[in-house]
Design a protein around this ligand. Structure first.
Ligand code: NAP
Length: 255
């Protein structure tokens, strides 16, 4: 029996990058995965690839910044599969990359609306259902930027800092209700987001050569771990893939 047999897991931002790799890894462990992104076609292609290799996956387009859309997706998933055992709150954007004095107010607000409000939307939609079902897991994909300011990334850093606090707030409010919640910082991972970052030439992160970036399989492995009971005692905390003790615990070698 695989670690996640019989579990239904919703992954936001699953059309590419860390979300797609996490959905594939979760499905390999037996979970039924529901993939979502604004580009439903691309998310559908990832779901089809999972199905072709023997996993169980469906996909639906959804913009997490639209509460009605994510509520409808969650309700639909519950109707089809009975319950949602875990939410991987992974959808995110880096833009606008600009110094505060030069930034576009609408673009700045849009970042917060996706990275922080969008994550809250998904949590708000799943939490009452998880509580009624007796428990569930939420993994909020955070960033080192939640605790470290970086030039040109004020929107991204502020949104991820808010998400970091949201993880702690969920833990405070749900400790008695069987909800396990984790913040997870993947580290600089080789995805399209890093292509945008390199092109910006804005801060030291943009100077990291592609060859030094983390492969998506590593954060995917961490997300699988956080979806298993082995992670229960870590609930309410945020972990970085750069942390040696955490890497050892999830079975990854040194950085
Ligand atoms: P990515 O390759 O750019 O993928 C982002 C995913 O989020 C895509 O599937 C995208 O699909 C989706 N998305 C964006 N806006 C959305 C919205 N409004 N509604 C629904 N889905 C949306 O980025 P990634 O590197 O895999 O990042 C995944 C997560 O890891 C993000 O939260 C990011 O902040 C975090 N992270 C990444 C790194 C890194 O170095 N890569 C480091 C730390 C943290 P659509 O565009 O089709 O919507």
């Amino acid at each position: 029996m695989s670690k996640l047999d019989g579990k239904t897991i919703l992954v936001t931002g699953a059309s590419r990058g860390i979300g797609a790799a996490a959905a594939e890894a979760l499905a390999r462990e037996g979970a039924r995965v529901v993939l979502t992104a604004r580009d439903g076609k691309l998310a559908g292609e990832v779901a089809q690839a999972i199905t072709r290799s023997g996993g169980r996956a469906t996909a639906q387009a959804c913009d997490v910044s639209d509460y009605a859309a994510i509520e409808a997706l969650v309700a639909d998933t519950e109707r089809q599969f009975g319950r949602i055992d875990a939410l991987i709150n992974n959808a995110g954007v880096i833009e606008p990359i600009a110094r505060i004095a030069d930034s576009d107010p609408a673009a700045w607000a849009r970042n917060i609306q996706i990275n922080l409000v969008g994550a809250y939307h998904a949590i708000r939609a799943v939490l009452p259902r998880m509580t009624a079902a007796g428990g569930g897991r939420i993994v909020n994909v955070s960033s080192g930027a939640a605790i470290r300011p970086l030039e040109g990334w004020s929107a991204y850093c502020s949104g991820k800092a808010g998400l970091h606090m949201l993880t702690r707030a969920i833990a405070l409010e749900t400790a008695e209700q069987g909800i396990r919640v984790f913040g997870f910082q993947p580290g600089t991972t080789d995805t399209d987001m890093q292509v945008q970052i390199r092109a910006s030439r804005m801060n030291p992160i943009s100077q990291i050569p592609r060859g030094d970036l983390i492969p998506v399989a590593h954060p995917a492995q961490a997300i699988v771990y956080l979806c298993t009971q082995a992670a229960d005692d870590l609930s309410g905390q945020e972990f970085s893939l750069r942390d040696e003790a955490f890497r050892a615990r999830i079975g990854l070698g040194g950085v």
